[in-house]
Design a binder for this molecule. Structure first.
Ligand code: TYM
Length: 329
């Protein structure tokens, strides 16, 4: 079983990233051969600052290791260090329909009314994401719910490639967790928690101080009822139940039973405490790891070497199947 996932180095990582994705990356290390990549090339598809990109990549590397990724037990690397990703992206463009890219929700959201002005990279973003996974012939892709459409497209691309050029690529499956796949903004429970589209007050960062976490949960939007229960019109409290369940490893019903007699205020405090307890060790580890940039860079470099060993033979097969370059290139 080969597992692959990628994460952006932009923005500060939040509770949605941790519960929807990073927790699954950590678990994946015990389930198979796991590859995890910080996608710096994807980050260049929106306006960005080159110096900051390097900084944020190291921030993300330190955070993932602090959260439990072990560069000795997985292949952990930076996307831009492995040239096979960009080459495969181009080659896969030949089996990707323009219309499919134009229908991608994330492209529509990010481009908004500026569709003619955004970079071509933003449009091709899902093809690079397909290349990330297909270069390793990965079987499984752990992600949050918002990546569902991107994974569907990469499956289509792999199937179309195999149909057109012969069986070459593995068609991967997504792995979306039953709990924590869609953590919502605490202020706007109808929107996903996000550094780009969410509210500052409704987004809880992995490295946030306990006092700030408590404040954010205490001011979370709920409904006018009083029962700690999921249901129609109770999206805010439902989101808090989801977060509590994901952080403690309980299921939804167990959380509802435990807090059956609780008032909203007490439940909010309990969620804040559970989250703080979960995040504290990550924050401490991060503070130790982040200053040692040489060690982080060395880990990423080693990861890129190991990743290249797997991706290069796939690229050789893809080139051969497509008739690109001389025979045996
Ligand atoms: P990114 O960096 O936006 O997010 C990283 C992971 O966090 C998940 N996530 C969430 N999960 C639950 N609730 C939320 N509110 C929430 N917000 C984000 C995302 O689903 C994701 O799994 N395009 C990808 C990066 C990527 C990739 C790949 C992923 C590039 N190549 C190959 C898988 C395979 C992205 O922008 O993730």
């Amino acid at each position: 079983m080969r597992i692959f996932s990628g994460i952006q180095p932009t923005g500060r990582k939040h509770l949605g990233n941790l519960l929807g994705a990073i927790d699954q990356y950590v678990a994946g290390q015990d389930r198979g051969e796991a590859l995890y990549c910080i996608v710096d090339l994807h980050a260049t598809t929106v306006p960005y600052d080159p110096v900051e990109l390097r900084e944020r990549t190291l921030d993300t590397a330190a955070l993932l290791i602090a959260a439990g990724l072990d560069p000795e037990r997985c292949i952990f690397f930076r996307q831009g260090d492995v040239r096979e990703h960009t080459e495969l992206c181009w080659l896969l463009c030949s089996v990707t329909a323009w219309g499919d890219l134009n229908r991608m929700h994330q492209f529509k959201e990010k481009a908004g009314s500026e569709r003619d002005l955004v970079s071509a990279g933003l449009f091709l973003y899902p093809v690079l994401q397909a290349a990330d996974v297909l270069a390793y012939r990965a079987d499984e892709v752990p992600v949050g719910d918002d990546q569902r459409q991107h994974i569907e497209l990469m499956r289509d691309i792999a199937e179309r490639f195999n149909a057109r050029f012969g069986e070459t690529l593995v068609v991967p499956e997504h792995r979306i967790p039953a709990i924590g796949a869609r953590i919502m903004d605490l202020q706007h429970p109808d929107r996903k928690m996000s550094t780009t589209g969410g509210s500052e007050q409704g987004t809880v960062y992995v490295l946030e101080e306990p006092a700030a976490i408590l404040k954010k949960f205490r001011s979370a939007v709920t409904d006018s009822g009083s029962e700690v229960r999921r249901g129609e019109g109770k999206e805010g409290i439902g989101n808090l139940i989801e977060i509590y369940a994901a952080v403690t490893g309980d299921d939804h019903e167990a959380v509802e039973t435990r807090f059956a007699e609780a008032r909203y205020g007490d439940f909010k405090t309990a969620v804040a405490e559970a989250v703080t307890e979960r995040l504290a060790p990550i924050r401490e580890r991060y503070a130790e790891l982040r200053p040692d940039e040489a060690t982080l860079e060395a880990a990423l470099k080693l990861g890129a070497e190991r990743a290249t060993e797997i991706a290069a033979p796939t690229l050789a097969d893809v080139r051969a199947a497509m008739g690109v370059g001389p025979v045996g290139s």
